[in-house]
Design a protein around this ligand. Structure first.
Ligand SMILES: NC(=O)c1ccc[n+]([C@@H]2O[C@H](COP(=O)([O-])OP(=O)(O)OC[C@H]3O[C@@H](n4cnc5c(N)ncnc54)[C@H](OP(=O)(O)O)[C@@H]3O)[C@@H](O)[C@H]2O)c1
Length: 250
């Protein structure tokens, strides 16, 4: 059995790989654009890793992963779709290319990779889709990003039902802010007050919680009491949650 992790070159993706290292997979396939970071990660792991440098926001990148999949005979024990991208700004301030890249990576690539991997899975296999607490509320100045994650949430909910008869689990991982490169990249020059990120948690904690929730066959993984409260508020008191978000930005 192999494991596949996208977005493995940094942050939570790299952390997921380290968490999988002691789980007896014959190989872990690590996918992202930065080959040097993937090679570095692979060198630090006990489990043999297959490094697949690919820009998953492009058809060529997705095809290169597809051809690797078609070239072998193996089962996929776990797929972790962690590659993702966010950009702060109003819908018209975020450059068109960045907006398209968010949709291509967060929605199209995640869906395509899941579709590609399911035929290689069997009873007991699992799919982890890294979503976000932002999936639970339309967020001003993170509009397209939160909409892409709302897609992931919706997709997970129906996929779980589709795969249940096959014994394949689907875990939605929905963190609030996490201390990774993602925060600086998503700000990308935009003026965002630091207080927005004050409840951020460590990537290690998100991944530890997610692996535990995967083992328990849970549907959703939200790390930390503050983030659980946030998801609760977004679900049950969305106008209050929206007000609090807007205030934190000003
Ligand atoms: N950090 C947070 O506050 C937070 C909160 C909620 C949800 N999330 C979600 O968590 C996931 C992981 O993010 P992170 O926090 O670990 O941030 P990160 O360290 O920036 O990781 C993002 C990963 O995605 C990869 N990636 C980006 N664009 C790609 C592309 N076009 N093709 C292939 N890979 C690409 C990056 O690798 P390369 O640059 O090498 O390609 C990197 O490995 C994302 O889905 C994000 O939306 C993050």
């Amino acid at each position: 059995m192999i494991a596949i992790v996208t977005g493995a070159s940094s942050g939570m993706g790299a952390e997921f790989c380290r968490a999988l290292d002691s789980r007896g997979y014959e190989s872990i396939w690590v996918v992202a654009r930065r080959a040097d970071r993937l090679e570095e990660l692979a060198a630090s792991m006990e489990t043999p890793c297959k490094v697949i440098p690919a820009d998953l926001s492009t058809v060529e990148g997705l095809d290169s992963l597809a051809s690797e999949l078609r070239s072998g005979r193996f089962g996929i024990g776990v797929l972790i779709n962690c590659a993702g991208l966010g950009r702060f700004g109003t819908s018209w301030e975020v450059p068109r290319d960045d907006t398209r890249a968010m949709i291509d990576l967060n929605i199209a690539a995640l869906t395509d990779i899941t579709h590609l991997c399911i035929p290689f899975m069997e009873r007991g296999s699992g799919i982890v889709e890294v979503c976000s607490a932002s999936a639970y509320l339309p967020l001003e100045r993170l509009n397209v990003y939160s909409a892409t994650k709302a897609y992931v949430r919706s997709y997970c909910n129906a996929l779980r039902k589709e795969l249940k008869p096959l014994g394949i689990s689907v875990l939605e991982v929905s963190p609030g802010w996490v201390g990774t490169d993602f925060i600086a990249l998503s700000k990308s020059g935009a003026d965002v007050p630091d207080r927005v990120f004050r409840h951020r948690v460590a990537a290690e904690d998100v991944v530890r919680t997610a692996m535990r929730d995967l083992d328990k066959g849970r549907k959703r993984s939200v790390c930390g009491a503050y983030n659980k409260l946030q998801v609760f508020m977004c679900t049950h008191l969305p106008s209050v949650a929206s007000y609090v978000w807007g205030r934190s930005l000003r």
